[in-house]
Structure formats: C-alpha cells, structure tokens
Design a protein around this ligand. Sequence first.
Ligand SMILES: C[S@@+](CC[C@H](N)C(=O)[O-])C[C@H]1O[C@@H](n2cnc3c(N)ncnc32)[C@H](O)[C@@H]1O
Length: 232
Amino acid sequence: MKPRMLYSVEDNLSKKVLSNQQSMHPNLARVSNKHKDLIKYQNPIGAETARILKATQEQVERHARPLIMDCGCGTGESAIRLAKKLADHTIVAVDKSSHRLSKAKKKYLPLPENLIFLRANLPDIWLYAYRHKWNIKKQYLLYPNPWPKQEQLMRRWHAHPIMPYLLSIGQNLELRTNWKIYALEFAWVAQYFLNKKVEVHGWLPKSPISNFEMKYLKSGHTLYRVNIVKDD
Ligand SMILES: C[S@@+](CC[C@H](N)C(=O)[O-])C[C@H]1O[C@@H](n2cnc3c(N)ncnc32)[C@H](O)[C@@H]1O
C-alpha cells in the first residue's frame, strides 16, 4: 500500500533547502578574487540575442520611463505586480524558459503595456546592459535556484564571473532567497566588489510578490533579503 500523502499536490508545499554546506563556502573568497577583474567574463553574445536585446533597448528608450528588471521572472507574477504598481516605469522581465514565459503571457492577458517579457540568458543580458550602458533603476533577483550542494558553488550567481557586471549595472539590486547561506554569500561578494557594507535581513512580506515567495511563505520558510543601493 502506498503511504498516505501528508499534503495534496495542490498545496504545493516546498521542502526547506537541504545542504551539505552549513556555512559560507570556504572557496568563496578565492573564486571572487579571481572574478574581481571585469575583463574576465567576455563570452560572445550571439547575433540573434544581440538583435533582440537591441530591439528591447530601443523600445525602453522610446518610452523614456525608468527601467526595472525582473531577472529570472519564472511564470511572471512578480513582473505583473511590478508593472501594475509602477505604471510609470518600464518592466523588463527575463527568463530563459520559454515554457514559463508563455504560461505567464497566457495567464495574464491583456498584459500591462509597460511590461516586456524577454526570453534570454541572464549573463547575456547583464553583459549587454553593461556594454550598452543601460540605465536601470532597480533589478530584482527573486528566489534564484540556490544550488545548495557544496560542489555546486560555481552555479550560484555570486560565484559566476558575471557577478561584477551584475553589480556594476543599475542603481539598486535586490536579492530574495529562502536559503540563508545564499544570502550571506551574495552579500559577502557584493561587499567585496563594491567595498561597502551590504547586509542580510529577514524578509516577511505583507503579500507575496512571486510564485516562489508565495510557495515558501505557505510552507513556513524563513525568507532573506539583500538590498544593495548604490551611492552615486
Ligand atoms: C526558482 S525560479 C524563481 C522564479 C521567480 N523569480 C519567482 O520568484 O517565482 C528561478 C527562475 O530563474 C530562471 N533562470 C535560471 N537560470 C537562468 C538564466 N541563466 N537565464 C535566465 N533565467 C534563468 C529559471 O528558468 C526560473 O524560472
């Protein structure tokens, strides 16, 4: 006989992050030191991606509104909320998964006119935005996959060679996660690159902004937020 499930699938409860890593990764400083020089990440951006990003830039510039980016927007809930709340801003919501993006586009018709969904690889868009001097007011990085196994360090955004670019574009970068170690590492790397104090705070929103935030809140997870505001 099959064991009785404690929760129905609809409850969509999620397990807390389990990891064989119990504190900040011992190699983080060495990896960050290697990435400190911006020049280290020079991956070419494909012609088709560059064409799409150029068209997006032109669209953003035509509207001449402050730009907000939702990086790894998944099924689009946060992008829709941001677009409705900030009607005088342009929201560019990026994900690599066409499946998730098409779900988002179908579910929220008609889409707010100030929202652009974009299928792209985040390092490409961050590099392009850096090279083309995009004027980004705020970037949200909401619940990226934590890659919690110790051996997965290099898959976390803060250990990726794109990190110095990500930190150098835009005036404000906000990360949210349900894994404290991810938040601590992200803040540590940001502090190292920006040479300014970056803190981790607990996060308990009045209402969830995204699908994962809702899932984690329902599941009783503690959430963490790193909000980096540039001085200039
Ligand atoms: C855990 S989900 C979080 C989705 C959403 N932000 C939320 O809070 O509900 C992470 C998302 O990041 C996207 N993602 C991961 N790596 C990416 C990359 N290299 N480029 C673009 N999107 C990526 C995934 O497709 C996925 O939709």
